[in-house]
Design a protein around this ligand. Structure first.
Ligand code: CAO
Length: 556
């Protein structure tokens, strides 16, 4: 047994490709050609295969690192006789293009041997590349119409060996999908089209290397795969796809619109699964092998309709190549943004939301607050409406304990908290942060004013400690200084309620005899309907409205 290092092979000149997914861990057994990780450059994603078989003893890279050709990836304890580090590097396998201005399937360099054998002249239709091998350009055969159709999937990649009749690409018109079969057996030398292209009969698809006597006289016509409402790829085991459709899924979308690697696409074809129905949990919604396995498992067990939590089985939103429609600028999302997105999705999918609206008359509160501005300055602080909102919520939480509870024991128990900690959403340049203000019920308005200032400052300076963002019972999201007259906030689970505060405005309010100008504060209360009923919500919000309308009650 010997230890060998696997390095990044020729990745088509891509410099600084990012490791977006590690597919192996220390202790894993790997086979030759098994994918070790996925690299993504600004143009393509590619799986890097192992050049040796053995056991992974050391991982030399981490997700997020940028690698170039020659960079060491892993150390593998090689089993038996195996190719070493000097063995010709296997070339990265392109997964899918990120931008569309270049032919996606050929962005990463094809296997070295194939590159060398493609002399420009050899790519011409029917020209001999050697004594035995000929390269043959495969055009789109008779598709029963002269109209252009969309090429929705390329089923092969450069370097693939195909048998006569193997599907090369999938075309889709507004009436049908059809696979274009290979007219001969051979190896794919070059792909001349890309997914999303509009093509018609006679257009060149790809170049195959075949043996001289293999070339057929005629190209077989395209074989209609199915109507567009049925899975595109001819399924080896149609039961799974049929089950998915029967389970009430939306009409499958073309597999060309989904983000998945070649191994996953192949597996999906073998199972007859329409990839557009599978929710991807990998980076940027990439569909992983496990996603597919879970989908198949659920389809077979009849549980493919959406589970209560986790969103499993929800059809994925297809990735769109925005650059097809105009100039774009692609930026990386911050970790905070991605975390917020995941939390929002989790909360939105798990919590049955109800939102109630009301307006609080804060005319007197505002007079009182503005009158304290000089005092606030003397104390070196600012007095915004937030401390009053916190205090009003704390009193209402004390009087409506269900809003200060949380589900536990898989929904069997409700935990009533004896402390009143309130989260405050803070808009920061890095994204949304929610510091928690503790024991709000026990603090004075001045103490709360100081804490609002310091917590918002810490959030904006990224100085909050994890503990300062934990243990919340309820949340307030105030867009009052930003604008808008209403919004529906998303509950910050496992909390069961959140108050959305919009911009106060002077409105004419009927006082029984005349219209009087009053400063009205729009409020929106969202809650988890598994815990809170409409009556509970109405009582809680009405109390907040009353407390803000007469702040003398805040001290009662
Ligand atoms: N209506 C009208 N004016 C309001 C108001 C309201 N509801 N709320 C605050 N204001 C005014 C204040 O009166 C103050 O002005 P003056 O100094 O003249 O009195 C000014 O706006 C202060 O605003 P602020 O935003 O600095 O302070 P705040 O205490 O009201 O709010 C904080 C603090 C951290 C909550 C806020 O800055 C913030 O980040 N809000 C965004 C929260 C958010 O993004 N929520 C969405 C989450 S989901 O995506």
């Amino acid at each position: 047994m010997s230890k060998q290092q696997v390095t990044v092979p020729d990745i088509g000149g891509a410099e600084g490709a990012e490791v977006i997914e590690l597919l192996i861990a220390v202790g894993d057994e790997v086979a030759v050609d098994q994918s070790l990780l996925v690299l993504e450059s600004d143009k393509a994603s590619m799986e890097i295969p192992s050049t040796v078989a053995g056991v992974v003893v050391e991982l030399l890279v981490a997700e997020g690192e940028e690698l170039a050709e020659g960079a060491p990836i892993v150390v593998i304890e090689v089993v038996g006789e195996a190719a070493g580090v000097d063995a010709p590097a296997t070339t990265a396998q392109p997964v899918s293009a990120v931008t569309s201005d270049e032919a996606p399937a050929t962005i990463a360099a094809p296997a070295a041997t194939a590159v060398e054998s493609i002399a420009p002249a050899a790519a011409d239709s029917g020209q001999a590349a050697g004594a035995e091998n000929v390269s043959q350009t495969v055009p789109i055969p008779d598709i029963g119409s002269d109209e252009a159709v969309e090429l929705i999937e390329i089923s092969v990649k450069v370097g693939d060996s195909v048998a006569e009749g193997d599907s090369l690409v999938v075309l889709e018109s507004d009436k049908a999908s059809m696979e274009v079969p290979s007219p001969v057996a051979g190896e794919v030398l070059q792909i001349l089209v890309k997914e999303g292209d509009s093509v018609k009969q006679g257009d060149d698809l790809l170049v195959l290397q075949t043996t001289a006597n293999a070339a057929p006289a005629t190209i077989p016509p395209a074989s209609p795969a199915a109507s567009v409402a049925a899975p595109v790829a001819a399924p080896a085991q149609p039961a799974v796809a049929a089950a998915a459709v029967a389970a009430g899924k939306s009409a499958p979308v073309g597999a060309g619109n989904v983000y998945a690697g070649p191994a996953v696409r192949k597996l999906a074809r073998e199972f007859g699964v329409e990839l557009g129905l599978v929710a991807g949990t990998g980076p940027r919604g990439r569909i992983l092998k496990e996603d597919l396995q879970q989908f198949v498992q659920q389809s077979l067990s009849g549980k493919s309709s959406v589970a209560v939590s986790g969103g499993t089985g929800i059809p994925a939103i297809p990735e769109v190549d925005y650059a097809r429609f105009g100039e774009v600028d692609v930026t990386k999302r911050s970790k905070l943004d991605k975390l917020t997105a995941a939390n929002m999705q989790r909360n939105w999918l798990n919590v049955p939301h109800v939102t109630q609206f009301d307006e609080a008359d804060i005319t007197e509160l505002e007079e009182f607050r503005v009158g304290l501005k000089a005092e606030a300055e003397k104390r070196g602080t600012r007095l915004t409406p937030m401390p009053f909102l916190l205090k009003a919520c704390a009193v209402a939480l004390r009087d409506n304990p269900k809003f200060n509870s949380g589900l536990a024991g898989g929904g069997e128990q409700l935990v009533y908290k004896k402390y009143i900690n309130i989260g405050m959403a803070v808009d920061t340049p890095a994204g949304l942060m929610v510091p928690v203000i503790r024991d709000v019920d026990q603090k004075t308005i001045w103490e709360l004013a100081e804490e609002v200032l310091s917590m918002a400052g810490k959030a904006r300076d990224r100085k909050l400690k994890p503990a300062e963002m934990q243990g919340g019972c309820f949340s307030i999201s105030s867009l009052g200084n930003i604008g808008g007259n209403g919004f529906t906030p998303i509950v910050n689970a496992p909390e069961v309620g959140i108050l959305g505060v919009s911009k106060a405005a002077i409105k004419p309010i009927w006082d029984g005899q005349a219209f009087a100008p009053r400063k009205m504060l729009p409020l929106a209360l969202s809650y988890d309907h598994r815990v809170i009923n409409g009556g509970d919500g109405g009582r809680y919000l009405s109390q907040i409205v009353a407390l803000l309308g007469d702040i003398r009650q805040l001290v009662m």
